[in-house]
Design a protein around this ligand. Structure first.
Ligand SMILES: Cc1cc2nc3c(=O)[nH]c(=O)nc-3n(C[C@H](O)[C@H](O)[C@H](O)COP(=O)(O)OP(=O)(O)OC[C@H]3O[C@@H](n4cnc5c(N)ncnc54)[C@H](O)[C@@H]3O)c2cc1C
Ligand code: FES
Length: 296
């Protein structure tokens, strides 16, 4: 039986390249490559052995190849100290990587038409998914967005994998001027989409979920909540999710996600602990309220 548990490995950098305004690092990591499923991510130690940056930084797995027994690529933009350090890595440097982490994208059983919606770095997770969906006979259409043309991740790759690719940029420097959401309704109608997969900031996911609901299409959304441990220990990445039983629980985006069924995520309450979430101060009284109301 396959072992899908994540591993911690010290692995050599195979290559570092630029992809528009992003950096892409490929590491030789067969044990991560063989366990990987689309939508998962890695947690990378940054700063070297004597660094004060204790927390790992997490990145979507953008590509997995069989070369050298198995390579894994992740793509990032420079944000702070961790990614600045990573951007200085060169071939043959060693990286301490944990992965693959997180719950992958659920896959459709039958060949269906899939819309893949990604904004900026969020799109990274969609390319292995597109490969898998294509192998299953699904139609894949992309909607990609970014603030500027060089922030739209992977347009050329999307053209190779997708039936169609629509692009939106905030400044109009590529595709339609506006947000990726502006593309989604049109895409659903023209491509007869049956499933939506989206990986983007929460406000965009929320709107994509609303559009999918309007068309009565299931949507899987992938959140990128800031993470500390990445392995389910610290509870730093929790988001409110409604269970099958109708009860809201605080789910850890790193192990219970980062992919969630859109209709289960309480988008409006992300970043808070809703009063009626299981274990929240108001939860018990909410149950009692219901009991009192029912008794009355
Ligand atoms: C599941 C997941 C997948 C991710 N995949 C990628 C990826 O493929 N490529 C990529 O470039 N980044 C990705 N990120 C975001 C990445 O982890 C952060 O950008 C990283 O922490 C930056 O490290 P840093 O030390 O350079 O900056 P930090 O010092 O950690 O942060 C710099 C700034 O970025 C903000 N920030 C940190 N994390 C996030 C976040 N998740 N969302 C929004 N703002 C944040 C901080 O609040 C701060 O203002 C992902 C995050 C998650 C949770
Ligand atoms: S990041 Fe620690 S529990 Fe998710």
């Amino acid at each position: 039986m396959s072992d899908f548990r994540p591993v911690q490995v010290r692995v050599p950098v195979l290559s570092v390249r630029h992809m528009d305004s992003y950096h892409a690092i490929t590491v030789v990591a067969p044990s991560i490559a063989e366990r990987f499923r689309s939508g998962q991510f890695v947690a990378v130690a940054v700063g070297g052995e004597h660094s004060s940056m204790l927390l790992r930084r997490v990145f979507s797995i953008h590509d997995v190849k069989p070369d050298f027994g198995g390579t894994v690529e992740f793509v990032f933009s420079e944000r702070g100290n961790g990614t600045e350090w990573l951007a200085e890595r060169r071939a043959r440097d060693l990286l301490d990587v944990v992965g693959p982490l997180g719950r992958p994208f659920p896959l459709p059983r039958d060949p269906v038409n899939c819309a893949l919606v990604g904004e900026e770095q969020g799109a990274a997770a969609l390319f292995p998914l597109a490969n898998t969906l294509r192998r299953r006979g699904c139609r894949v259409d992309f909607a990609l967005g970014g603030a500027t043309a060089d922030r739209v991740l992977g347009t050329a790759q999307a053209r190779r994998l997708g039936e169609t690719v629509s692009v939106a940029t905030g400044d109009g420097s590529a595709g339609t001027r506006g947000g990726v959401l502006d593309l989604v309704s049109r895409l659903i109608e023209t491509s007869r989409t049956e499933v939506v997969y989206a990986s983007a900031p929460v406000p965009v996911l929320r709107s994509v979920a609303a559009v999918a609901e309007k068309y009565d299409i299931p949507a899987q959304v992938r959140v990128e909540e800031a993470m500390a441990c990445g392995t389910g220990v610290c509870m730093g990445c929790v988001v409110p999710v409604v269970g099958e039983d109708g009860i809201t629980r605080m789910a850890r985006a790193c192990v219970d996600g980062p992919v969630f069924r859109a209709e289960r995520l309480r988008f409006g309450d992300v970043g808070t602990i809703p009063f009626d979430a299981l274990g929240a101060p108001g939860w018990k009284s909410a149950v009692e309220d219901t009991a009192v109301r029912e008794a009355g």
